[in-house]
Design a protein around this ligand. Sequence first.
Ligand SMILES: [Zn+2]
Length: 99
Amino acid sequence: MCAELGGPGRCHRCGVEFPEGSVRYKVEVRVTADTGGELATVEDLEKELDNLIKVIEGKDEKELEQDVHTELTFHLCRACRDEYLSSPDMPLDRFFFGS
Ligand SMILES: [Zn+2]
């Protein structure tokens, strides 16, 4: 799944409009499923398969796809980019919404 929040015409953080042909900065967030490599035994695998089947039965194709792989794209102005790079550990929601 690939979500384009807002449009590329404005900074996703501060809302400043990008002048025609100006440089903007793209932040791509990729979220993928990972088991952590901890499935050691056949029992673990069977349990995991059972869980998966239950999950699959309750969801539609789009939800499933989102579970496994989600991509978000944000566009930032230079000032917001600089701020983002100076505090990469800041939670994204706080960075974008100041909450
Ligand atoms: Zn900005």
